[in-house]
Design a protein around this ligand. Structure first.
Ligand code: PHE
Length: 413
């Protein structure tokens, strides 16, 4: 365990189950890199370069990540963690910051707001990290962001899309688009590509993300001339969706919009097909997990969701990232969370270099000044609300078993 250079050797508070799940994600080539065999020996970029980059060895720079490494949304935290680790490994192999390596301190939120708050407090107050990366779920970022804000420690959420998250204060950033845009993108796709005239909406009322995104879809779909056939709710973790699906079936919508998280969406898809509902389901980034098709199987075939990236995009930056990730993590294909985790960490490292400091306020100013950063999920410019303005992609779950296939790009309004 000591040889895992980017994981803090000083993490006694981390429950051992968390440590195990963290370590379980590291296989193959990344393990080799961590052991010092890989990137550090990279060749000079050109004949003019005099020396190969030297791997960082100085006093560690602690960066915190809090995410759902276990629980109903476990792949969110695990994928984000992998993306962050790959970015750290590459950064350290190139010499880190002034020869100092970044070391990751990471805690499991189990997908619960209370745990997210605890994790953020621990990272900020006890570990004294220079910056926080996380959470994925908007409700958990909303719970933890006030801690970072109060402590003057910059926080970058890779993937929380609810607009309220960055409104918490000037220390809070994101590298993804926000739900007013994602709802527009879903509605535009339903209207233009699916030619839907009416939509049912099924919302997880326990998630700020789902409530906000559902409202944005509705507003935009109506603007496009669509009609909302029925609106139904559930609470994340529910097992039986019969009542809602019965109402939806009799409302005869052309499409069902479900802005929830993958475990629930998988169960809903199964039950919808059993109930004889055949229209496409449409959702948002919360669907993005290899678990979705594991749960729903062919019930999710021919369904669509808006996302930050598609693994089959031809973009050379995407191809390079996927190759490095697959090599590091035993061949697994990175989902959107992995790409965003990687991007969030790289934006932080870029800001550290430009700030030439680890001071919270200086880092904040540097993150805020990020312009046209060439990220895997698109060029990132941070706007006056500390959000990123970017395109969304629409993917279709297709094939056997269904996997996300790039379908469309929707540009910012
Ligand atoms: N956008 C979701 C939220 O804010 C989280 C998410 C992002 C999930 C990307 C999957 C992929 O809650």
């Amino acid at each position: 365990m000591k040889s895992l250079s980017f994981l803090s050797p000083l993490a006694p508070q981390t429950p051992s189950s968390t440590r195990r799940s963290v370590l379980a994600g590291i296989t193959g080539a990344l393990a080799a890199l961590i052991l010092g065999a890989g990137l550090a020996a990279a060749k000079p970029a050109s004949p003019a370069a005099t020396a190969a980059p030297v791997a960082a060895k100085g006093e560690p720079i602690l960066v915190g990540h809090y995410g759902s490494l276990t629980g109903k949304e476990a792949t969110f935290g695990q994928s984000t963690s992998n993306g962050i680790k790959l970015a750290i490994e590459q950064f350290n192999a190139k010499g880190g910051w002034k020869g100092r390596p970044v070391v990751l301190r990471e805690y499991d939120t189990k997908g619960e707001a209370r745990e997210a708050t605890l994790a953020a407090s621990r990272l900020v107050e006890s570990d004294k990290v220079v910056a926080l990366l996380g959470e994925v779920a908007s409700s958990l970022s909303l719970a933890a962001a006030p801690i970072a804000q109060k402590a003057g420690v910059p926080m970058i959420t890779p993937s929380s899309t609810n607009p309220q998250v960055t409104a918490i204060g000037d220390m809070i950033f994101r590298v993804c688009f926000i739900d007013p845009f994602q709802g527009y993108a879903g509605a535009k796709f339903a209207h233009e590509n699916l030619k839907a005239k009416s939509a049912a909406i099924l919302i997880d009322q326990a998630q700020a993300y789902a409530v906000g995104l559902g409202a944005e879809f509705k507003q935009n779909f109506i603007k496009f001339g669509g009609r909302i056939a029925t609106e139904q709710t559930y609470t994340g973790g529910a097992q039986d969706f019969t009542a809602q699906l019965t109402s939806i079936k009799s409302a005869k919508p052309d499409v069902i919009y479900i802005p929830g998280y993958y475990t629930d969406v998988g169960n809903i898809a199964l039950q919808a097909r059993k109930a004889g509902i055949t229209v496409p389901l449409l959702g948002g980034d919360g669907w993005d997990s290899e678990q979705l098709a594991k749960i729903a199987k062919d019930a999710i075939d021919g369904c669509f969701y808006t996302n930050h990236y598609a693994p089959d995009q031809p973009d050379p930056r995407v191809r390079t990232f996927i190759a490095a990730y697959r090599k590091a993590f035993g061949g697994s294909v990175p989902d959107g969370l992995a790409a965003l985790g990687y991007d969030a960490a790289n934006i932080l490292f870029d800001a550290i270099a430009r700030a030439d400091s680890l001071d919270g306020k200086k880092l904040r100013d540097a993150i805020a000044a990020t312009k046209n950063f060439p990220a895997v999920t698109g060029d990132i410019t941070i706007n006056e609300n500390r959000d990123a303005v970017k395109s969304a992609v629409v993917v279709e779950m297709a094939g056997d078993p269904p996997t996300p296939k790039y379908t469309a790009t929707i540009k910012p309004k």
